[in-house]
Design a protein around this ligand. Structure first.
Ligand SMILES: *Cc1c(COP(=O)(O)O)cnc(C)c1O
Length: 229
């Protein structure tokens, strides 16, 4: 088990380094977020042993016991799942980043519920770049207005954008869609300021294209932990 993980991790690291090189990005600049949904505490511990410190979770109920069990490791937890407004308090308490903001109501609740002693919660706005009706995310048209409203909230720090495009088979198509998101990001960054510095995009199948287009955070599940049960 551990050997399989280590093999996958080293293959993944090489892919990331090659992509950074090809994109002219400083090596190890891109943050690897291990998408650890359905993975056990033991598997996450093992990932931490090889040096992974960022983990992404989708399901709140599943994530809280894992976060608590791993408190001694000083890991950085990213919420990357669907947001429901009746569960924001727990997210505001336990996570350092939230990638999936797509409406003001949720952002306002997270700001109100962020514990007083905690640093500002880092948030990303999810963009529904393919206008898929079943998918979360704000449209490109509505993005600037939502971003401006969120920047006013006291306990959140708007750090950038997140995207989950529909799968595309060809790298050129993947690059094109990620580039569209990167352009949105660039336009907003000039208005919002220099802390608007993050682009969460790229998964197991398209991380090369995402890094090419300027991803700062990639979210990798299956190519790291193996296929999900
Ligand atoms: C599961 C998940 C990932 C990782 O996907 P893989 O294809 O397993 O690498 C990335 N982002 C989100 C939002 C996810 O839910």
């Amino acid at each position: 088990m551990k050997n399989d993980f280590n093999l996958r991790f080293h293959k993944l690291k090489d892919r990331i380094l090659d992509s950074e090189r090809a994109a002219g990005v400083v090596p190890e600049k891109v943050t690897l977020i291990a998408a650890s949904k359905t993975q056990s505490v033991e598997k996450i511990e093992h990932a931490a042993e090889v040096g992974i410190t960022h983990f992404g979770e989708n399901y709140l109920q599943e994530s809280i016991p894992k976060i608590q069990a791993l408190r001694h490791l000083d890991l950085c937890w990213h919420f990357i799942g669907a947001l429901q407004s009746n569960k924001t308090d727990s997210i505001a308490e336990h996570f350092t980043w939230v990638h999936t903001i797509d409406r003001f109501k949720i952002a306002r609740r997270l700001s109100e519920q962020r514990p007083q002693h905690a640093a500002e919660l880092n948030v990303l706005i999810q963009v529904n770049i393919d206008n898929e009706s079943q998918k979360a995310g704000v449209s490109v048209q509505d993005l600037p207005a939502l971003a401006k409203k969120i920047t006013v909230l006291p306990n959140l720090k708007l750090r950038g954008l997140m995207v989950l495009p529909k799968p595309r088979a060809h790298k050129l198509e993947q690059q094109e869609i990620f580039q569209q998101v990167a352009n949105c990001h660039k336009q907003l960054a000039s208005e919002i300021g220099e802390h608007f510095d993050s682009l969460s995009m790229g998964m197991s199948n398209d991380l090369e294209a995402a890094i090419w287009a300027g991803a700062t955070h990639i979210r990798i599940g299956s190519d790291l932990f193996g296929p999900r049960a």
